[in-house]
Design a protein around this ligand. Structure first.
Ligand SMILES: Cc1cc2nc3c(=O)[nH]c(=O)nc-3n(C[C@H](O)[C@H](O)[C@H](O)COP(=O)(O)O)c2cc1C
Length: 236
């Protein structure tokens, strides 16, 4: 009998579909609705240390072919989501989900946020959002390859729970090599890597354009970076 079941990180989910962070996952009401929905799992809104209003409105508009947004990371703060995560984990230990963590202030806040989670009772998956656009004056962390490497090195020095990174689209094949953490020890610590669908589109386009050899090189390059399976965003 056909099944959509997907096994990931020691748990079998009914299906591999879930929301992407930021979409209907800001409040506990929205999160509970996702948890009670037919989705296999869910991910929380990316949390910064302090709650944020985000960019001035209008910041989200539906258009014929989808939507355009410049949200600026509005969220209710790390404590809010961590509290929800700890309670949800205790009440539904057999329904794992993903907690998304970001930073507004940059490097030190990323580290402090991860330290807080390490010291908390939450033991589930964390997705570190290194790819938040639309925050005026704050570049996406994952476009700074040296800082990303430094950040992961610092986090892995103390963080022992499962976590992955969410990356922005990259537009040059060299970036895949540049992103590869300097130590293979780092890659073996990553549990997931989420990529934007835009990146998947670029890869698809290139795969069609390029020769078989180059395709192999591309796959190896990405696989080396991760040292494990690449997981598309919004799928487990
Ligand atoms: C309104 C909105 C808010 C978002 N907020 C977040 C967020 O808080 N954290 C995050 O990692 N991604 C956020 N994203 C990005 C989505 O998770 C997703 O990566 C992006 O929309 C690309 O997927 P798509 O092509 O299916 O839209 C947001 C996207 C939208 C449209």
């Amino acid at each position: 009998m056909p099944t959509l079941q997907a096994t990931f990180y020691g748990h079998t989910y009914d299906n591999p579909f879930m929301n992407a962070s930021g979409v209907h996952c800001m409040t506990t009401t929205e999160l509970d609705a996702l948890a009670d929905s037919a989705a296999g799992s869910f991910v929380t809104k990316s949390a910064t240390a302090e709650s944020r209003e985000g960019n001035p409105e209008p910041r989200y508009v539906n258009v014929d072919l989808g939507s355009i947004n410049s949200m600026g990371l509005p969220n209710l703060g790390l404590d809010y989501y961590l509290d929800y995560a700890i309670k949800r984990q205790a009440s539904h230990p057999d329904q794992p989900f993903v907690m998304s963590v970001a930073s507004y202030q940059g490097f030190d806040e990323y580290v402090a946020n991860m330290r807080k989670i390490q010291e908390s009772d939450y033991t589930g998956l964390v997705e570190l959002n290194l790819s938040c656009p639309n925050v005026p004056g704050k570049p996406q962390m994952a476009y700074d390859f040296e800082d990303t490497d430094r950040l992961l090195t610092e986090i892995f020095a103390f963080y022992t729970k499962p976590f992955g990174v969410k990356l922005p689209p990259y537009f040059d094949i060299m970036h895949f090599d540049k992103l590869r953490p300097s130590s293979t020890n780092l890659t073996s610590n990553l549990s997931t890597v989420s990529i934007l669908s835009a990146m998947a589109c670029i890869l698809m386009k290139r795969l069609i354009q390029w020769s078989l050899n180059l395709r192999v090189a591309l796959v190896v390059s990405v696989a080396n970076m991760l040292n494990r399976r690449l997981l598309p965003m919004s799928a487990l």
